[in-house]
Design a protein around this ligand. Structure first.
Ligand code: FES
Length: 101
């Protein structure tokens, strides 16, 4: 199990997302309706950096061509068979971690 430190929980405000880089991997962490979510950070279309795009109404919006993904299910809005991988996320003593199996 790999535990990636994201940072202080308070730095991820409601309705915001951040990009998390670890080695060669990119993740996006967001907070929607009080809950934290961790997802793969590169768009399955052409690798747009989802953490650098907008986050609105629980949707990650790719900055390259505008594909939108539900942060809860990871699904692409126009084709739910296209999904971002999700990862467990934990909070300990005010710090946020992504857990990679
Ligand atoms: S790379 Fe994300 S929509 Fe094209």
């Amino acid at each position: 199990m790999l535990r990636i430190e994201v940072g202080p929980s308070e730095a991820i405000a409601e309705g915001t997302s951040i990009e998390v880089l670890h080695d060669a991997d990119t993740y996006v962490v967001c907070r929607h309706q009080g809950a934290l979510h961790a997802l793969e950070g590169l768009c399955p279309h052409r690798n747009g950096p989802l953490g650098a795009g907008n986050f609105a109404d629980g949707h990650l919006i790719c900055p390259y061509h505008g594909w939108e993904f539900d942060c809860v299910s990871g699904a692409y809005d126009r084709n739910s068979s296209v999904k971002l991988k999700k990862f467990p996320i934990t909070e300990r003593e005010g710090w946020v971690y992504i857990e990679i199996a």
